[in-house]
Write a protein of this length. Structure first.
Ligand SMILES: [Fe+2]
Lengths: 131, 356
């Protein structure tokens, strides 16, 4: 078994040496920094009284993004009458409790919100379709 | 009033309206010699309205509706509650406009009103406007044989209070429940000394009700479901046979028993909060005794908000939760097990909400 692992390692090592696109420490750092900056931005949007029109913020009702269940999407959202992504439910909460305007699904603020919400839920088993 | 009659009244109100509040009844059993040790009575708790100013005379409609409904429902109670305690967080950002707006809505109540301070009322001007309106934030009174204490449990140390650039920055930090720069609440030394004095001459078999905004027990520090000197306050209450602590702040049903002290939380009229254990990144300590509420349905604005009528009997309290869009719940003191229990759901979990 040990021998096998050693063999695999050396294969990977050789492959890495042959191909130029191996992941460097710099790559890892870049991903982390980029990701974390968007998570951070997401938290800012999540507590921004100007996101909607009535000064209400997401974290008033969802401290630490609880009860947002990112791990359950996509799922059948009975109230919307269809299988929806979390972004659609985020838009619902923007339009209703926050009395705001729905965002484009690829709006950078939407992506940031999803990043923050999902990060707060790290470690929970993925269960699409579950309520 | 007989218990049965009272319940009928409650269900009539609950069927006719969709409101969030809590009703609490305190009742006294007959002594073995046939005499009464005190009178049964009923009071209401309305709490955590979080009235939030948008601009000028414009306030967040949803939160206004919650408080107005609780006040209207409470006025329909017959007989009227002996008094209504407002459990704190009348305002969202401690503004004079928010506190005045709240005072105006509460002025429609047809029972005497007692006020308690919440952190949202305090951290802008350190309670100045609130105190101008409602007086001292800690006090006690006697009612039909029960000694009732209202505490201001949302204090923090001086260093935290003074570290902010502006009062609004301080207020906003404390207003964010999950803001990591907040600070744990405490009753503080001065008030604990006051409490000791206040209870000095009260006979140990007198039933005690203590109101505090934050839980006088430690559940989850991250959201201030917590009072830092909780054990020290509990120590002061320990010598009494029957102590009931009723707290606000948590926007959900919680109950517990520690020694002789029964703990009950009350609902918010504004919005529900998830139980802290649904935050998977941190450990929390919700009392095992508590049967959770169902998850809220955001498509029904008032779902999982509420208020409560409380009956006091034998010096113990039963809470009747009026929960719009949710089955009403009763958490009553069980004399057999000597602890607060949900009269219907204590042994079986609540089935998922039908409308969800
Ligand atoms: Fe509070």
């Amino acid at each position: 078994m040990k021998k096998m692992t050693m063999y695999l390692y050396s294969l990977i090592f050789i492959a890495g040496a042959v191909h130029a696109d191996e992941f460097t420490q710099q790559d890892l750092k870049l991903w982390k920094v980029e990701y974390e900056s968007v998570v951070h931005k997401g938290r800012k949007v999540f507590i921004d009284p100007k996101l909607g029109t009535n000064t209400v913020t997401c974290n008033e009702c969802h401290p630490n993004a609880t009860n947002t269940h990112p791990e359950t999407y996509p799922k059948f959202q009975k109230q919307l009458g269809k299988v929806a992504t979390m972004a659609e439910m985020i838009n619902w909460c923007i339009a209703n409790p926050l009395e705001g305007k729905k965002m484009a699904l690829d709006d950078p603020r939407m992506i940031a919100l999803i990043a923050y919400i999902t990060e707060e839920r790290r470690g929970v088993t993925l269960e699409p379709g579950k309520h | 009033m007989k218990r049965r009659e009272f319940m009928k009244q409650v269900s009539i109100v609950a069927a006719g309206t969709i409101l969030p509040m809590s009703v609490i009844e305190v009742a006294f059993a007959d002594n073995p010699d046939g005499t009464k040790s005190g009178e049964n009575f009923t009071f209401a708790v309305i709490s955590d309205a979080h009235l939030q100013q948008i601009k000028g005379a414009k306030f967040v409609r949803n939160w206004d509706m919650g408080l107005k409904r609780a006040v209207a429902e409470c006025n329909l109670m017959n007989p009227k509650p002996d008094f209504v305690l407002f459990g704190g967080d009348l305002a969202q950002l401690g503004k004079a406009a928010e506190i005045d707006h709240g005072a105006e809505i509460l002025s429609a109540l047809r029972s005497p009103v007692k006020m308690m301070m919440g952190e949202h009322d305090y951290y802008l001007d350190l309670g100045e406007h609130w105190m101008k309106r409602f007086g001292e934030p800690h006090y006690s009174f006697d009612h039909k044989g029960t000694h009732i204490v209202v505490l201001n449990s949302i204090l923090v140390d001086e260093a935290w209070i003074n570290k902010w650039k502006t009062p609004m920055e301080r207020m906003q930090t404390m207003a964010g429940l999950d803001d990591p720069n907040g600070s744990p609440f405490m009753v503080g030394l001065a008030q604990r000394e006051w409490l000791k004095k206040d209870l000095e001459n009260i006979p140990k078999d007198t039933p005690i009700i203590v109101f505090s905004h934050s839980p006088l027990q430690k559940i989850y520090k991250g959201w201030n479901f917590w009072t830092d000197d909780a054990e020290l306050v509990q120590d002061i209450l320990k010598p009494f046979d029957k102590v009931n602590v009723i707290y606000a702040h948590v926007h959900q049903i919680q109950y517990n028993k520690i020694g002789n002290i029964a703990f009950n939380s009350v609902m918010s009229t504004a919005w529900p909060w998830p139980y802290p254990e649904t935050y998977k990144k941190a450990k929390s300590y919700l009392p095992k005794l508590t049967v959770h509420m169902n998850r809220a349905d955001p498509f029904f604005e008032r779902d999982a908000t509420g208020w409560q009528m409380i009956d006091v009997h034998s010096g113990r309290v039963d809470l009747h939760f009026l929960l719009p869009h949710n089955e009403n719940r009763i958490v009553a003191y069980n004399e057999k097990t000597q602890q607060p229990e949900d009269v219907k759901y204590q042994t079986e979990q609540i089935p998922p909400q039908k409308h969800y």
